[in-house]
Every structure is written in structure tokens, then in C-alpha cells.
Design a protein around this ligand. Structure first.
Ligand code: ARG
Length: 404
């Protein structure tokens, strides 16, 4: 009889397949694999069988797409969370939910250990483990990739073959790819050299903007309280909206990013991302905020966006500050209802128009025509007092050098 039970975060790839067998032997353990569907393109079919062949006694596979979009992605969108100004955080947003699923499964199954296949130099180990520690502090975490004997993919393949673990015989991609419905992250291979432009085969879901259609496409996104609910004025479900925008945007070459980023563990890494839906929705959402939010809230929220992005990236999704900032963000979104019309063309998203019943844009105040109602004379006194500290300063300065 095995001594212990381990719940393993399982993708069906080489690392986690080898892990199942390896853990069961090293820890004399019963293995339960746990997989969350966040909208990854790779096959989830046949995963249970694959896990069983690798030695798992049970597989839990859960479709988390709806929860992922409504409880995780929308929070990041409303917050305007783009890490270091660029990355929409697809992987970083997915980890806390997968960690939650893993912790819940472990508790339900009476496992005292959880295990994941993250490497020892990435962000994902931090996100997984901080989330598990927070949600279920009594669980112990095993991260085999930090200490097992395999030094290369070939070592793992040898082990897999010797142990009848099913491995794909097809030549694997030279890249490490992580994907969900909010976006794809691609690293390794030639991408490790930041002086080299990403080869075309690195991109998975977007057309090269150069070869994108010559006809532009116009779309409208409808928002209610900061959440997109309609495409071209028609209701659409959250998962379907992202799937559709990934296809439409991908076709027009939208959402490619090539980025050097600062990892939690202190190193800089180069990663490319594809996130057509995320880039389109962030653009539309931000545009609506420009129209609707008052000046001070808008300016303050820019700082909050940055902080929220850092918290998500750094693995602190389940933290009091994240909750507090989310509450702030939600309160800024009460009037964020309206629609934004966008043009998609060869890698660019251009705003064509924006509209809302809560718009603070007042044509009579803004116009330079005779319809103008702005009190120009009031500007004189305003500027006198507004600039007074600086005028006073300069008067003193000039007096002290004897000019005045
Ligand atoms: N750099 C991204 C992050 O830390 C993605 C990490 C996973 N990337 C990958 N290609 N497996 O969020």
C-alpha cells in the first residue's frame, strides 16, 4: 500500500507525465492528476488515459474557462493590468486559479502533498506555491524540477520509454509555450537571444501583420460597468467573446509582443506573447475610461493599474492588497458602460468612436464654434492663483540677485 497521496498539477506534457511516475516511486505515493481547462488549444482529450498510463490512480479534469474569464480575467481587464506596460498577464492570471483547483482537489482527496512541474528559475513556481500556501497552508509542496536527477529533455524521454510512459514521438516544438484564452506565452529556443528577431514559426495564433488582410475590419465592443458583454451590439458569452476576438484579431496580426521582462526571481528574460483579444479589450476599455472617468480618478487609477499588474505578476493574487485595490477598481467602474468602435488593420487597433450615457465629454464646453459655453474670462483669475507660487518664487529669486 502506498504511504502517501500527492495531487499533481498535470498538463500531459513530458515533464508532468514523467513526474507522475517519478513521484509515485520516490515518495511511495498514490498520484492524483489535476488539470484545469483555461482554454488552452492543446488537446485535453485522452488526458485521463495518458495519466493512468503514467501511473496515476485518478484524474481530475475541470473546465474552468468561465470562472477564469469572469473571476480572473475581468478583474485584470478592469484594473488595466499590463505588466511593465505591455504583457496582459495571461499565464500569471491563470496560475492562481490552477493553484486553487489543485489545493481544493488535494483537500477533497485527502492528499497531504501537492506537486507542480514548474522550473526552479521561473515565476510560475512562485505563483503556484504562494497561492497554495495561502489557500491551504497545511499542504506540503513538492517541486521535482528543482531537484530531480534529469538534466535534459533526452534524460526524461529515456526515463519515459523505460517506464512505458506515453510520449509524443513527433518532433517537439523548440519553444516552451503556455496558453490560455487570455493569451499565449512563448519562450526558449532561439528566442533566448534577445538580439535575434522572433522567427515566424514562434508565433502560434497570429498572422504576420505584413500578410494580414488588406481590408480593415470594424468591430464594436459593448461594456457594462467595465465588463465587455457584447460584440457588434450583440450579446456574447465571456469565453466566446475572447475566443472570437482571438480569431478575428489574430487574422489581422493583432496582439504580438516581443518583450524583455523582469522576473520575480531577479533575472531578465525574453518572451514573446500573442494576445489579440486582450490587446483589443484593453484598448477599448481604456478608451471608455478616458471618456467617462473624472480627471483625478483617471490619473490615480494609472498608478493602481501598475501596482495591480505587479501584484499579479509577482504571485500575490490571493493577498489583502490585491483585494483592496480590486475594490477600488470596481468602484471606478460603476459608470463604465458604453461602447467603443475599433478598426483592426495589419497589426493595429485604432479607435474609431466611443459613446456612453455617462460620458463626461461636453461638446458645448469643448467646441471652438459659436456654440461654446465655456467661461473664457474665468481662466484669467484661475491662472493668476494657480501660478502664484511660482511667480512668488521667481520674484524672490530676482530680488535676491538685485534685479527687482
Ligand atoms: N513570462 C510569463 C510569465 O511569467 C510566462 C511564463 C510561462 N511561459 C512559457 N513560455 N512557458 O507570466
Amino acid at each position: 500500500m502506498p504511504q502517501s497521496k500527492i495531487a499533481v498539477a498535470y498538463s500531459g506534457g513530458l515533464d508532468t507525465s514523467v513526474m507522475v511516475k517519478w513521484l509515485s516511486e520516490k515518495f511511495d505515493a498514490e498520484i492524483i492528476t489535476v488539470t484545469g481547462n483555461l482554454g488552452q488549444i492543446s488537446e485535453l482529450e485522452g488526458l485521463e488515459e495518458k495519466a493512468a498510463k503514467s501511473g496515476a490512480v485518478k484524474s481530475i479534469i475541470k473546465d474552468l474557462r468561465h470562472e477564469f474569464v469572469t473571476e480572473y480575467v475581468w478583474k485584470a481587464l478592469k484594473a488595466g493590468a499590463l505588466y511593465e506596460g505591455t504583457y496582459p498577464l495571461a499565464t500569471a492570471i491563470g496560475r492562481p486559479l490552477l493553484a486553487k483547483l489543485l489545493a481544493e482537489a488535494a483537500v477533497e482527496e485527502g492528499a497531504e502533498f501537492v506537486s507542480h512541474g514548474c522550473t526552479g528559475k521561473g515565476n510560475d513556481q512562485v505563483r503556484f506555491e504562494v497561492a497554495v500556501q495561502t489557500l491551504a497552508p497545511h499542504l506540503s509542496i513538492i517541486a521535482p524540477l528543482r531537484f530531480w536527477e534529469f538534466k535534459s529533455r533526452e534524460d526524461e524521454i529515456d526515463y519515459a520509454i523505460a517506464n512505458n510512459i506515453p510520449v509524443k514521438v513527433t518532433k517537439d516544438s523548440p519553444y516552451s509555450i503556455d496558453e490560455n484564452v487570455w493569451g499565449i506565452a512563448i519562450e526558449c529556443g532561439v528566442l533566448e537571444d534577445p538580439t535575434v528577431a522572433p522567427p515566424e514559426d514562434a508565433y502560434q495564433i497570429t498572422t504576420n501583420p505584413k500578410y494580414a488582410p488588406d481590408e480593415a475590419e470594424t468591430i464594436t465592443i459593448n461594456f457594462e460597468q467595465g465588463i465587455p458583454y457584447g460584440l457588434n451590439n450583440e450579446l456574447i458569452g465571456p469565453v466566446e467573446l475572447l475566443e472570437k476576438l482571438n480569431i478575428i484579431g489574430g487574422k489581422h496580426g493583432i496582439g504580438r509582443m516581443d518583450m524583455i521582462e523582469n522576473r520575480v526571481v531577479g533575472i531578465k528574460s525574453r518572451e514573446i506573447y500573442e494576445a489579440p483579444a486582450a490587446i483589443i479589450l484593453h484598448k477599448a476599455h481604456h478608451e471608455l475610461e478616458k471618456l467617462i472617468m473624472d480627471k483625478e480618478s483617471f490619473r490615480y487609477k494609472q498608478e493602481v493599474s501598475n501596482k495591480v499588474a505587479n501584484l499579479i505578476y509577482d504571485g500575490l493574487w490571493f493577498s489583502p492588497l490585491f483585494d483592496s485595490l480590486t475594490a477600488f477598481v470596481d468602484s471606478t467602474q460603476k459608470n463604465l458602460t458604453g461602447e467603443v468602435k475599433l478598426e483592426l488593420y495589419k497589426g493595429n487597433v485604432t479607435v474609431l468612436s466611443r459613446n456612453s450615457v455617462f460620458s463626461l465629454y461636453n461638446m458645448n464646453l469643448a467646441t471652438y464654434t459659436s456654440a461654446d459655453t465655456f467661461d473664457h474670462k474665468a481662466s484669467e483669475g484661475f491662472i493668476k492663483i494657480y501660478g502664484l507660487p511660482y511667480k512668488t518664487m521667481s520674484e524672490i529669486k530676482l530680488k535676491n540677485v538685485g534685479v527687482l
